[in-house]
Design a protein around this ligand. Sequence first.
Ligand code: DGY
Length: 327
Amino acid sequence: MSSYPKIFVTRRIPEEGMRLLRTSCTVEVHESDRPITRRELLAGVDGQEGILAMLTDTVDAEVMEAAGKGLRVISNYAVGFNNIDLAEATKRGILVTNTPGVLTETTADLAWAGMFAAARRIVEGDRLVRTTGRVEWGPMVLLGHEITGATLGVVGMGRIGRAMARRAHGFAMSLLYNSRSPLPAGEEGELHLTFRSLPDLLREADFVSLHVPLTQGTRHLIGEKELRSMKHDAVLINTARGEVVDEKVLVRALTEGWIAASALDVYEREPEVEPALLQLSNVVLLPHIGSASRSTRAKMAEMAASNLVEALHRGTVPHPVNPEVLR
Ligand code: DGY
């Protein structure tokens, strides 16, 4: 019988992470192509000291209780950790970790891909070619929105917001940003960024890209008032968390032409998608793949695994979300 700490992995992650876990933990994995069910999660965590969780797993008091008193670490395979009841974990002295940094560029790339796809109607174009089997050039066919020289508004200036902004320099865009507090002047200058209040940013930007974490304060940050204040030809990109946007109102905004288009990688009620969105041609719908490149997912796996191993074996960890439990 091994004396390695017992851990539960709620879904298979890339081998780079699994290998690391097996070297120093007794590993149980939920082996399936589908997300774990609630019942399986509650059963799987029983008696474990560590959980390696996906962003699709709600890790709340019930799960922590089901794990029992020995649970010491929850390592989230994501940078966002809104799926974990952090206050509850902290109260119980359970360390929570995440995977910051490694998915920054990949997620910013996808936000740009969505922005291009929505602005230049890439998905509609692909569908047109496939359904007609023809390409009829025409002066008015699938006219979109100019990106070069336009104004990009970045909401949230963490790592991914900054990476989004850096890419805009190659397209001669004017850059506005909003965040909880303005950046130091030196950094604003370096990134050619101008701070705006959220209402001003929404009024002025041609493209608005969301990069805030989901918190009580950012839930439905973009609702009716905000969408109505945007330009009629503006494009909204959301690769952050679905709940940041009021999806039902977004449907009205896209249907009634308050804004021109949108690109979404995240949804308010994942895995469900608001059915009305599926009917709209001016929204690009992506399946939450912001960090989904092979190399990034491998790095996330390594980081999530090493967070867990380090915390269980050494009691310290490079990426704690609630470091106060270590004190
Ligand atoms: C994250 O890490 O929070 C992303 O949403 C995963 O793709």
